[in-house]
Design a protein around this ligand. Structure first.
Ligand code: TXA
Ligand code: MG
Length: 365
């Protein structure tokens, strides 16, 4: 295997709707000879390799610094290809495929024998999706093989929604980059496990839970945090992921109280000599900004599609200014807000629950 650190990737800028066939042919050739291609999907950029070539898949893990126990999604270009990478596909899967593919829905099913165990982290299930992006679809078709691709970031870091984000994290660690501009959805796909008794969302994402429920009836969501007013487990127990480099505190509760608490904590942090970044919605900017500090808005709080699209870029932009701490507001967990909320919780070092009744903060440590 070649060393991880290698030459800079070939970079091809492509029209996201009508990608240049020469660029696609070149990228497909890289995939076929076992190389790695970073490419846009409708959710985030992926770092792809031939899913049926164990050495190519091993290179993906190495490039990202991803632990071998974390399985990778297999991307296909046609719904019928589901049958080639999964087996015993239940009828409910076909109903979902019919309704939502291509699109930001990943299905966890039983692995077909030809999918190497390195893809599934040794497990007997495989995650499969068909991305709704002309560049991704053209690449998979031209390569003539399913493409294994995690998000194209260093393991644990914020996912990339632009080609520049990919280079910021992985330059020198892969072979070719298809730059198709910013990704339209901005959060990763919804991962739905169909191997258990009830369909269960393992990761909320770009396809809202409500859309799944319209087809399936009730859907379970794997809990990542205690419910209700209980404080969350200590930050060390949170699965920190999707995270910027700066420490991140997430403020939850009624918006007015949240903004007041953020303003207060920002002042205290500055008094302690810290550089503070604030992640807010458009309507909050005037209320938290006091002439100092770095403020980044992710859009109007009521437009959760815009918030999802801009979230990761905003976190990266704040991070680039090297704050010591980022204070972020939470968003309502409905529609795409559930994915936004999930990513913020997982990026957080500390959760600050602002209780409206007692008018005081409940923090976790
Ligand atoms: O939108 C997306 O899903 C993007 C684009 C590139 O397609 N991909 C992505 O991949 O976010 P990654 O590797 O960053 O996240 C995949 C998630 C991980 O949480 C992984 O544990 C889970 O899917 N996963 C993959 N295979 C699985 C399996 N067989 N069973 C359960 N979870 C699985
Ligand atoms: Mg990822």
């Amino acid at each position: 295997m070649r060393p991880v650190q290698q030459a800079r990737p070939e970079i091809w800028r492509v029209d996201p709707e009508h990608p240049d066939s020469e660029a696609i042919a070149r990228a497909a050739e890289v995939i076929r000879r076992g190389g790695l291609v970073a490419f846009p999907t409708e959710t985030v950029y992926g770092l792809g390799g031939d899913a049926l070539n164990p050495e190519a898949v091993a290179r993906i893990f190495e490039a990202k610094g991803r632990p071998a126990h974390d399985p990778i999604i297999v991307h296909v270009a046609e719904a019928k290809d589901l049958n080639s990478v999964a087996q015993e596909v239940p009828s409910v899967a076909w109903r979902l495929v019919e309704a939502f593919w291509p699109g930001p829905l990943t299905l966890v099913l039983r692995r077909a024998d030809k999918v190497p165990l390195v893809v599934t982290a040794g497990g007997e299930t495989v995650a499969v999706r068909c991305p709704a992006h002309p560049v991704a679809l053209a690449l998979i078709r031209a390569a003539g093989t399913p493409i294994a691709a995690p998000s194209a970031n260093r393991f644990g870091h914020t996912s990339p929604t632009t080609a520049q984000h990919v280079l910021d994290d992985l330059d020198g660690r892969f072979d070719l980059l298809l730059d198709g501009g910013p990704t339209p959805v901005g959060v990763e796909s919804t991962v739905l496990d169909l191997t258990g008794e009830v369909p269960t969302i393992l990761r909320p994402g770009g396809l809202p839970r409500e859309a799944l429920e319209a087809v399936l009836g009730k859907v379970a969501v794997r809990e990542r945090q205690p419910k209700g007013e209980e404080p969350l487990p200590s930050p060390g127990l949170l699965d920190r992921h999707y995270a910027p480099h700066a420490e991140l505190w997430l403020f939850m509760g009624p918006p007015d109280e949240v903004l007041a608490a953020m303003r207060r904590e920002a002042r205290l942090a500055r008094e302690a000599g810290k550089r503070v970044g604030l992640l807010v919605a458009d309507e909050d900017v005037e209320r938290v900004a006091d002439g100092e500090g770095l403020v980044k808005s992710v859009g109007p709080a009521g437009d959760l599609e815009a918030v999802a699209r801009r979230l990761f870029a905003a976190l990266r932009a704040l991070d680039a200014q090297q704050p010591d701490i980022i204070l972020a507001r939470d968003f309502p967990p409905a529609g795409l807000g559930l994915a936004v909320h999930d990513r913020l919780v997982r990026a957080a070092d500390r959760i600050v629950r602002v209780a409206s009744k007692e008018r005081k903060d409940l923090t976790t440590n």
